[in-house]
Every structure is written in structure tokens, then in C-alpha cells.
Design a protein around this ligand. Structure first.
Ligand SMILES: [Zn+2]
Length: 1010
């Protein structure tokens, strides 16, 4: 809008006009100046407090240095008792909602919607702010946006799209405080909603009239309420240390912003549904961990390979303009670029990037609460760099109000810029959707096919349901069909050396898929997310980005253990097929008889069945068998004492196929029991174990959730439990930290319990009077006793390291790598001992999630450090002496002595015990007590499936899953993390098999002779 017009409208006197225009920040060209409407009165009291709580005059902008007054609409003070960002004020989610609903009542420009509930039953909301006119025409507008969102509805007609582009009002969706210790967004968004509803300045009016701002002020509602509890506790005990926020949501902490692939958390699902349902163009997520405003939408690279280049351009366009606008306000420390890489699509904001919108993210600077604090930065945070010409100050007094000023100013300038260019962005929104629909003929593929005869139908159904949560359409072939598959390219090194060896280039092949196979068509608007999840990832070790921000690989077909075929042959799209809405693996009982069998293909649903049919007797076959013309794998269930009805209902529900047999198969079996499980957590960090808790809860497997402190207090663990799960700790997880906990030598107790001051802390999780004590040496002893008396202890990654460091298992050591870099990648593992119950249902090859090990090495000598894989081909060359390479040496003056053959073993096998070691061999671990390797890492060349694997030879061939007998019990050690972010469902059964076969883990075990 023309600046002169604004001023003319605002002020009558020519003299005043000149003064006013000189006072505001000049805007370029014909853009509207960011300045208040002088005719609209200011809320003087509120405005004075904004200024009072802002610690430096340059930590504010002309957009937020005042609050317009309104006769009808209450300011945030009505609920907060002070202004947004005031020291000592941190509202619960409920209070934020209360204010938003007051706004809704008082202003026709505000509406509040419930968008779902959290795991703990708290409400999530979205607040819509726009002009009365826009709100009246909401459905009409949604219909316009829907045409752009799904160009198939207008037959990809650009002219018709342009009509909608010209008329539609875009939706800009802002989400606050997904990360609970990042506390500022709710008050900033309360005030933002007020400003957008009330302010009559041309700058704000344009936003209100031109677009719909959608706000979810609190994303992690459960965590918000815990955080406010802690803050209030801190206010009541100002001299004490306050407990760290160990739980955010019910399951995970910081990782709640890594769930946008698996969509396992309610908050992800609710935001995704809102984003997709509203056909929004932007999802802008607010965080607070970098001074003072880091727009980390656009990163340093590598960018996610599946995003549209139109989007990467939009990131830069909006991001740099944002920096520019705020720099002009004189606000220091506003920058974009930086360390973020934009590779993983797991972030909440990436819902937009993967659904044809624009993902955005701010890191502003928070104080984890609303105390005003002197903050000193690290040198790298205040250094001036090419992308941060006006860096933050090395040291400053910083308030929650300062943070709110930055958040609101950034959002308002973004909203305004977006509105100014909304036709461009709406057209882009359409183009990105159109390019998603035309994917089969553009870059491909045409479809992904999941065959009807996959041996893991229940896991296949789970994967398809994830895609459905992502708003991806799934179809099913109504007849068998054949597609051409491209020829496999041979690696360069395998090329024939000379002309004689020249072979014909590998020819394209075809594959037939049976009727009922699932087809994920790529000619649909949300093909992008399906492609990103189902495809393979490759992160080059030579990439200039040396510190990936998050996981580098995630291929869902591999991690779910189901077959997914990428089909480029466009013919697949003309296959006869129908859309499916409900996806359910086929299940139930077939055949006649009172004994039932279920084939074991390592589907987690088998464990659910075991716990659900508590009165049935279930056995596992220790060998494969055939019955009634059907083949059953080792580990298959043989079920007795269950009524056909009960089994049929459960199997149908779980997508498992049971077969009634005339008689029980003549095969060796052992009972599969519903083990009593203790699930152990520390008070150091709970996030990584949270994914395990979530998996068990979803599977309906009961457990006692106890802390390391409780372990130390239970005198006889075996009387209560059969299996102790000690999942990864994550941060602060050294063995000594697990034993010692936090120091009690100083400071005050850190209680984690519900009190009148902290009514929300515990939820359904655990509590303690003092978070500081760890497992203690008594706890270590209890665990050791538990195992020796016959219990099973299961550990993974850092807790495996803990178990090995403290000698809970012998014959295995956990080493660290020197050069290896496996950063959240999908790697290959190989079956070593298929007769172990832990391996029941698995094939020879298994994909697993690995994040740098640890590297297990085996030893047959007690306390031995184990043996690393011999690297390179130099290890077996002969010493210097007479003869050629393969000749024996000689000694002058005596007959040649024949050297005994050196015993050899593969890296994953127990090293053979030498004759020398056996002399008085009290340290030789007897064969019965030696580790039994179930899975090992693949060879170096086959290690990488997806992501980054560098220096993989250090871990290649080393054990990945080991069962170590210890006394009468077992310690089962994982180097991979089998349960992670709801993405690794193909490896869940390694854990579940251990649980179900806890008292028969030695089944099928073969012992070394000596
Ligand atoms: Zn954050």
C-alpha cells in the first residue's frame, strides 16, 4: 500500500503528516509502513509495562512497542494479571485457552476450535484470526483452497487455478511451545491474537483482511503444564535448585519434534490434521534455543531430496526478508542460514514441507521460565558471520518480554510479507501440488507397491496406516498385474576386466503382483511424503555438512520389515484398483480342530496375542513344521485351551491368521509365557526409553514402570519379575552416571511428585522425593542377583555399555569407534543363530536402526577386551625369511618344525580358546557361559541401507544382538536400537521374542566342544 495514502488517512494536518512520516521506519516502494494508527488510542498502562519489561530499547520494534486499546476486547492482562512476557508470569495451557475464548466472545474476528486431545487427555486448540468478512466466507474460501491443494479436482487446469489464486485467502498456521522448556510462545501468541483482532494500523489491517492466521498456542500441552508447575515451584522456592523437566509429554521430551514421519504422538496427528484440513500454506513452529532470532527454516544443506525446489526458494525468500525487516528495526541478532541442514522430514514444521506448503521455524531466545536474567553467550553465538552481520550481544540482561517482542515482530513481518505476496505463494502452493500429482511422468516413481503376499501383513497394514495418517491415498489392485522393473546397475568395481569377460548388460525384469496388492499411486497431491518415507536415503561421507542435525536414514519399508517395491513403469497406474479407506491385515481362524497354529514372521502382534489370551496355553515350535499342507516357521505358535471364538476375535483384530489343526504337530516346543516385566528408567533422561514405553502400550503389553532408585529397593526382583527391560537412557548416560545419579553432596532434594504446588508433574509416569540418587551399587548388586537367579536383563546401546562396564555380562566388550560415523542410519544385519528364540520369525537379512554402535567384541576369556575385526588384507602375511610368499621359513642347523594350524573364527564368533589359554585355564569361559550371537552387522559393503555410513568397517561383522548367559539367567545386549520413534517396527520382535521366551532362551543352542 502507498505510504502517502496511509499517512493521509491517519493524519489531517500537513505538519503532523510530515512529523509522523519522519518518525516511522520508511518502507520501500509502495509497501505499508510498520507503524501504529495514530487515531486509535493506545492502552497506556499496558504499553508502559511493555516498555518497562523490555531490557534494551533495541529489543523492541514499532510493531509491538504499544498495545492498541479496545473498548470491547480484553487484553491478555485479563487472564495473566500482567502483560504478555511479564516477569514471573507463565500461564497454564488452560489459562491461555481461557483468554483465547474470551477473545472469541469479544471479537467477531476470532474463533477457537478444538483440534483433539493429548495422550493425557488435555485439549489442543487452534485459534483463527481474520476479518469478519473472511470468517463469514470460511467454507467458500476453503473450497477455493481445496482446488489448489488437490489440482486433480480441476483437472490440472492452470487457468481455473489462477481464478482461485486471485480470490483465495491464504492460511498461515503458527504453532507454539512444542518444546516445553521453551516457554515464551503462549504469551506472545495471546498478544499476537489480540493485535491481529484489534489493531487498526494499516499494516495489521492488511494482514487481517488479507489472510487467515491460525494459531495453536500450545502444542505440547501435557509438557506445558508440567513446565509451569516447575516454574511455580521455583518461584515458591527461589533459593533452591528446581527439578529439571525430565518428562515433557507422556512419552517423549525433545523428540516430540521428530515424530512427523511416524506420526505416533497425538500432538503430531492433531497438528497434521489441522494443517491438511485447513489447506494451510504455511506451518510456522516456534522454538527458543538460539539468541535472539534464528530463522532456521532454510539450513546449510543438504536439503531434503524430496522437497520441491519451489519450496527451497520460498524458504530463502521469506527468511532473508524477515532478517532484513527486523534488521531495519535495529533489532540485533536476527539471522537465517546457520547449522540446520533440512535433511530429515521428522520435524513438526516439515508437515508443511511434505504436504506442498511452506515449513518455517524460529529459534528465539528463551530463559526457560519468565525470570529476567543476565545471559552470557558462547563466542560462536555472538561472532559476526556472513549470514549474521548484526550478531547478538556477548552479554545482556534478557527478559521474557524481550523474547515475546522478537517472536511477535518476526511473525508480524512474516505475515505481512506473506500477505503482500500471497498471490505468488498461493500459485506456488498450487504448483507444488500439481507437481506432486504429475510426479509419475516427471521425476517418478509412478507408484510404490506392497504385495498382497507379504509374509508380514499386520506390519504391512501398520505401515499403510502411517501413510494414511499422512493423508496419503492407498489403493488396492483388484486383479493380478505385472510391471517392468529397471535393470539393476552393477557397481563399477564389478565391471569386467577385459574384453573376454564382457557380459551382456543386465536386462530389465518384470514382476507380477497378486490381486489385493496395495498400490501407493504417485499421481496424488501428497505423493511427496509417501515418496520420502518409502524411498532410500544416501548421505555422502564427502558431504560438506559434517554434522548431520538428526537422523540420516529412515526408509520405512526396511525398518518395518515389509516389502516395498518402487515402480517407475507408468503402466502400474492403469492397473485395475480401488481406493481403500480401512486397512486391516487379514486375520482370524481357518480350518477345523481344537489345536491352533500361527506362523511366526516376527510380527509384534504375536506378543499382543500372548498377553491378550492370558488363559490359553501357547507353545513355540523349536523347529519348522508342516501341517495340513501349510508350512510353519520355527517359533510358530501352537495354541491350546483357547476357544475358537476368543482366538478368532483376537486374531481378526490383530491381523493374525490362525490355522486349526487336527492334532498338535510333532515338533519340539517350549511354552511361550506372558513374562512379568519391569521397565527401568533413570532420573537422568527419559526420552529414549519413552519410545519403548509407547511401543509396549500400543501393543497392550503390561509392565511395571520403575526407576533405578526403585530397583535398588526391591529385595527380591525375581519374585516380582521375569524380565527387566533397561532401554537406552539417551543423554547423560555414562555407566557411572547411571550408578551415581546426580550428586547429593550439595544442593537440595529435587522432588518429582504431585503436590499442591505441582499438581501436573507426575501424570501416569513415575515419582520420587529426590531425583538425584541413581541406581547405586546396591542396585547393581540387585540386577546381578536377578540375572544369576534366572532373570533376563535386556539392554540396548548405552545401557548395554552400562551392563558390560559393570560386569553384568562376561565375554563381550563395548568399544567406541575411531573413525566411524553412522548417524541415525538404516544398516544391514545378518542372522547368525536362527535357532535362538530371539530370532524367531526373522529372515537371514534384517534392516536395523543404528546410531554409532557401540561396537561389541567377543572374548572367550573372562574379562577379556574382545577382538576387533582384522582390518585390511595384511594380517596373515608371513614373517620375513626364506622362500616365497607361501613357503615356510627354516632355521639353519635343525629340522623344520611344523607349526600347528592357528584356530580361526569369524568376527562374530567366539574366538577359539588356544591350547596355551587352556593351561590352568581358570579364566576360560566354559562353552555354556559364552555369548551367543543372534544377529551381526553385515559386511562393510552391505552395511549401508539408508543414510550415512562412514568408516563402517569398524563395526561391520561385529555382533549386533547378543544373548549372554549369566548364572541361571541371561543378559541380552543390543548394539542397534530396536525400538525407536515408532519407525523401527520390524525390529520390535527382537525385544518381544526375548520377553515371550524368557525361560527358554537356550533353546536350539549349540555349544563349542571346548
Ligand atoms: Zn525447540
Amino acid at each position: 500500500m502507498d505510504l502517502r495514502k496511509v499517512c493521509a488517512v491517519a493524519v489531517n494536518s500537513v505538519l503532523l503528516l510530515a512529523l509522523f512520516c519522519a518518525a516511522v521506519t520508511p518502507a520501500a516502494g509502495d509497501e505499508t509502513a510498520p507503524a501504529r494508527d495514530p487515531k486509535q488510542p493506545v492502552d497506556e498502562g499496558y504499553t508502559a509495562k511493555i516498555k518497562k519489561y523490555t531490557t534494551q530499547p533495541y529489543f523492541i520494534s514499532p510493531l509491538v512497542d504499544y498495545l492498541p486499546a479496545s473498548k470491547n476486547v480484553p487484553t491478555p492482562e485479563a487472564v495473566l494479571g500482567d502483560v504478555a512476557g511479564a516477569p514471573g508470569i507463565l500461564p497454564y495451557a488452560e489459562e491461555v485457552y481461557k483468554y483465547m475464548r474470551i477473545l472469541e466472545k469479544a471479537s467477531p474476528r476470532v474463533r477457537v476450535f478444538s483440534i483433539g486431545t493429548t495422550e493425557e487427555g488435555r485439549e489442543m486448540i487452534a485459534v483463527e484470526v481474520s476479518s469478519e468478512e473472511n470468517l463469514k466466507r470460511l467454507e467458500e474460501n476453503r473450497a477455493r483452497l481445496a482446488k489448489l491443494a488437490d489440482p486433480r479436482t480441476i483437472k490440472l487446469d492452470d487457468a481455473e487455478a489462477d481464478g482461485s489464486v486471485a480470490q483465495a485467502v491464504p492460511v498461515y498456521y503458527i504453532t507454539g511451545t512444542i518444546h516445553s522448556p521453551e516457554t515464551g510462545a503462549p504469551t506472545a501468541l495471546m498478544e499476537l491474537a489480540y493485535r491481529l483482532a484489534v489493531d487498526e494500523s494499516p499494516y495489521i489491517r492488511e494482514i487481517r483482511d488479507g489472510m487467515i492466521t491460525l494459531i495453536t498456542p500450545v502444542v505440547e500441552v501435557d509438557g506445558r503444564d508440567r513446565m509451569v508447575d516447575i516454574y511455580k515451584w521455583h518461584l515458591a522456592h527461589p533459593k533452591d535448585f528446581y527439578p529439571p523437566l525430565i518428562y515433557w509429554g507422556k512419552y517423549v521430551a525433545h523428540d516430540n519434534n521428530r515424530d512427523a514421519m511416524g506420526v505416533t504422538l497425538k500432538l503430531t496427528e492433531n497438528v497434521l490434521n489441522t494443517y491438511v484440513g485447513w489447506k494451510a500454506q504455511v506451518l510456522h513452529d516456534l522454538h527458543e534455543s538460539v539468541p535472539y532470532l534464528y530463522d532456521n527454516t532454510a539450513g546449510d544443506g543438504p536439503f531434503n531430496a524430496w522437497v520441491d525446489p519451489i519450496l527451497t526458494d520460498e524458504w530463502e525468500m521469506i527468511g532473508w526478508r524477515n532478517v532484513s525487516d527486523m534488521t531495519k528495526f535495529g533489532m540485533p541478532g536476527v539471522f537465517t542460514h546457520g547449522v540446520f541442514d533440512t535433511w530429515s522430514p521428522g520435524y513438526l514444521m516439515f508437515i508443511a514441507a511434505m504436504h506442498n506448503g511452506i515449513s518455517r521455524l524460529y529459534e528465539t531466545f528463551g530463559n526457560a521460565g519468565s525470570d529476567t536474567k543476565e545471559r552470557t553467550l558462547d563466542p560462536e553465538d555472538y561472532a559476526r558471520t556472513w549470514y549474521r552481520q548484526n550478531p547478538p550481544l556477548p552479554k545482556t540482561l534478557w527478559s521474557q518480554r524481550d523474547n515475546n517482542n522478537y517472536e511477535e515482530t518476526g511473525l508480524l513481518t512474516s505475515l505481512h510479507f506473506f500477505n503482500e505476496n500471497k498471490r505468488l505463494f498461493l500459485k506456488n502452493f498450487y504448483l507444488k501440488a500439481k507437481r506432486s500429482v504429475t510426479k509419475p511422468s516427471a521425476e517418478g516413481p509412478a507408484a510404490y507397491v506392497l504385495p498382497a503376499d507379504d509374509p508380514r501383513p499386520s506390519l504391512q497394514a501398520e505401515l499403510l496406516r502411517v501413510l494414511q495418517k499422512q493423508a496419503v491415498e492407498i489403493s488396492r489392485a483388484t486383479a493380478a498385474f505385472t510391471v517392468a522393473l529397471p535393470a539393476k546397475k552393477e557397481p563399477k568395481s564389478k565391471k569386467p576386466q577385459d574384453a573376454n569377460e564382457k557380459e551382456a548388460a543386465p536386462a530389465p525384469t518384470t514382476r507380477e503382483f497378486p490381486a489385493g496388492s496395495y498400490i501407493v499411486r504417485m499421481d496424488q497431491p501428497y505423493s511427496r511424503i509417501a515418496d520420502a518415507l518409502l524411498d532410500y536415503q544416501y548421505w555422502s561421507p564427502d558431504d560438506p555438512q559434517k554434522t548431520p542435525y538428526d537422523d540420516t536414514g529412515w526408509t520405512f519399508g526396511e525398518l518395518f520389515g515389509v516389502q516395498v517395491t518402487r515402480v517407475t513403469d507408468a503402466k502400474v497406474l492403469s492397473t485395475s484398483m480401488e481406493r481403500v479407506t480401512e486397512i486391516h491385515g487379514p486375520g482370524g481362524v481357518k480350518g477345523d480342530g481344537s489345536v491352533f497354529a500361527i506362523n511366526n514372521n516376527a510380527e509384534p502382534a504375536l506378543a499382543t496375542l500372548r498377553y491378550r489370551l492370558h488363559d490359553a496355553s501357547i507353545d513355540a515350535a523349536e523347529e519348522p513344521f508342516e501341517s495340513g499342507g501349510k508350512k510353519f516357521n520355527r517359533g510358530s505358535f501352537v495354541i491350546r485351551n483357547a476357544t475358537r471364538n476368543d482366538l478368532d476375535r483376537a486374531a481378526a483384530d490383530l491381523g493374525l491368521q490362525a490355522v486349526a489343526l487336527g492334532s498338535a504337530p510333532a515338533v519340539k516346543t517350549h511354552p511361550v509365557r506372558a513374562a512379568r516385566i519391569a521397565f527401568v528408567h533413570t532420573w537422568l533422561s527419559t526420552q529414549t526409553e519413552g519410545w519403548w514405553r509407547q511401543a509396549l502400550d500400543n501393543l497392550g503389553i503390561p509392565y511395571d514402570y520403575i526407576s533405578t532408585q526403585t530397583v535398588a529397593k526391591i529385595p527380591d526382583l525375581n519374585a516380582k519379575y521375569d524380565v527387566i527391560l533397561f532401554p537406552p537412557v539417551g543423554f547423560f548416560s555414562s555407566p557411572t552416571a547411571i550408578v551415581n545419579g546426580l550428586s547429593t553432596a550439595w544442593g537440595n532434594p529435587l522432588p518429582w511428585k504431585n503436590t499442591p504446588e505441582t499438581p501436573n508433574l507426575v501424570g501416569k509416569n513415575d515419582s520420587t522425593d529426590d531425583m538425584r540418587p541413581g541406581l547405586g551399587w546396591e542396585g547393581v548388586e540387585r540386577l546381578q542377583e536377578f540375572v544369576h537367579k534366572g532373570g533376563v536383563l535386556l539392554t540396548a546401546t548405552d545401557t548395554s555399555r552400562f551392563a558390560l562396564s559393570l560386569g553384568l555380562a562376561d565375554g563381550v566388550s563395548a568399544g567406541s569407534s575411531d573413525r566411524m560415523k553412522i548417524v541415525g542410519s538404516v544398516v544391514g544385519t545378518r542372522l547368525v543363530d536362527g535357532e535362538s528364540p530371539i530370532a524367531y520369525g526373522y529372515d537371514e537379512q534384517l534392516a536395523a536402526y543404528c546410531d554409532d554402535g557401540p561396537i561389541f567384541s567377543l572374548s572367550s576369556i573372562s574379562g577379556g577386551r574382545g577382538r576387533r575385526r582384522r582390518l585390511g588384507g595384511e594380517a596373515h602375511t608371513r614373517p620375513t625369511g626364506r622362500g616365497t610368499t607361501n613357503d615356510p621359513d627354516f632355521t639353519v642347523g635343525r629340522p623344520t618344525a611344523e607349526a600347528p594350524e592357528e584356530p580361526e573364527a569369524e568376527t562374530w564368533e567366539n574366538p577359539p580358546v588356544t591350547d596355551e589359554q587352556r593351561i590352568n585355564g581358570y579364566r576360560v569361559i566354559p562353552p555354556t557361559d559364552r555369548p551367543r550371537v543372534i544377529f551381526r552387522y553385515a559386511d562393510t559393503k552391505e552395511l549401508l541401507i539408508s543414510g550415512l555410513v562412514q568408516g563402517g568397517d569398524e563395526i561391520a561383522q561385529h555382533p549386533a544382538v547378543v544373548d549372554v548367559p549369566s548364572g541361571n539367567g541371561h543378559v541380552v545386549l543390543f548394539s542397534i536400537n530396536p525400538v525407536y520413534r515408532g519407525e523401527t517396527r520390524g525390529t520390535y520382535s527382537l525385544v518381544l521374542n526375548t520377553i515371550l521366551n524368557f525361560d527358554s532362551l537356550n533353546a536350539g543352542r549349540k555349544l563349542a566342544e571346548k
